[in-house]
Design a protein around this ligand. Structure first.
Ligand SMILES: Nc1ncnc2c1ncn2[C@@H]1O[C@H](COP(=O)(O)OP(=O)(O)O)[C@@H](O)[C@H]1O
Ligand SMILES: [Mg+2]
Length: 267
């Protein structure tokens, strides 16, 4: 079976020009160097690397909000020149509109698309049910827990039916239990929708548990150290059980070594 390529990151490099700080003049901060990978339809691919290695910058380049110095991003074969509805986002903070109910938050993007109200309501309700919030549509964000807010954020991102979902440490502000529940939920939702996901995390277990492939980034500047295939299929055991698996442990130590070497090199 050949699957189509949803996202191509093709030889992307980025250097920021940074002002002030301990330097009197502008200086150049190389952040990403020669990053290339593809994400195929229906895959979950994680980017992992230490804080500051350029994960968010790479995601914002894919989003079309940060300009790249060289290389190209393609979504469904089309070159990215700015933000677009073919890419959905979920970030660490759900950033819901506080004056809108959960349902109205999910409907927001559909409103912008000019979808008629009745159709919008129906679609929002389906999505709220998909993320396990079928009964919470009339609640306002301040009435929802952090985990529920992230569920609404996910429903909102799915509403526009993007080609690819970009997620930047979406569970890292949650407590450990909620986090594990949402990781499992994300796998279920991905299974039900077939969505393609590019997921950023600095958590090794999370990356292995969620992904078909993990891209390990080195730091200063961010570069690909290795792309690791995860040998667990769609019916993978839950994370606590997976942690006892030899293959899981082997991959985990390999990743840890790769990331640690980066530290050694940078020190
Ligand atoms: N707009 C910007 N201007 C200058 N430097 C930036 C900017 N955004 C990020 N950086 C720097 O780029 C590096 C990578 O940041 P980031 O992509 O946020 O890393 P990560 O998400 O992996 O923690 C950091 O050193 C950060 O300070
Ligand atoms: Mg980041």
């Amino acid at each position: 079976m050949t699957r189509s390529i949803k996202l191509s990151v093709d030889d992307v490099s980025k250097t920021f020009r940074v002002r002030g700080g301990r330097y009197t003049e502008d200086h150049l901060l190389p952040v990403l160097r020669h990053i290339s990978f593809d994400v195929q339809e229906g895959e979950i691919v994680s980017l992992i690397g230490e804080s500051g290695c350029g994960k968010t910058t790479l995601l914002r380049i894919v989003q079309g909000l940060v300009r790249l110095d060289r290389g190209e991003i393609r979504v469904d074969g089309k070159s990215v020149t700015g933000p677009g509805r073919d890419r959905g986002f979920v970030f660490q903070q759900a950033t819901l509109l506080p004056w809108r109910t959960a349902r109205a938050n999910v409907e927001f993007g559909l409103e912008l698309q000019g979808m008629p109200a009745s159709q919008r309501h129906k679609k929002a309700q389906e999505l709220l049910e998909l993320v396990g919030l079928g009964a919470a549509g009339e609640q306002f964000p301040h009435q929802l827990s952090g985990g529920m807010q992230q569920r609404v954020g996910l429903a909102r991102a799915l509403a526009i039916d993007p080609s690819i979902l970009l997620m930047d440490e979406p569970f890292s502000a949650l407590d450990a239990q909620t986090r594990e529940i949402l990781q499992r939920e994300l796998l279920r939702i991905q299974h039900e929708t077939g969505k393609t996901i590019l997921f950023v995390t600095h958590d090794l277990d999370e990356a292995i548990y969620l992904s078909n492939r993990v891209i390990v980034l080195g730091a200063k500047p961010g570069r690909i150290k290795k792309i690791i295939d995860i040998p667990f299929g769609p019916n993978r055991p839950e994370l606590p059980e997976m942690r006892g698996d030899m293959a899981f442990q082997a991959i985990r130590s390999e990743m840890w070594e790769l990331i640690r070497n980066t530290h050694a090199a940078a020190a």
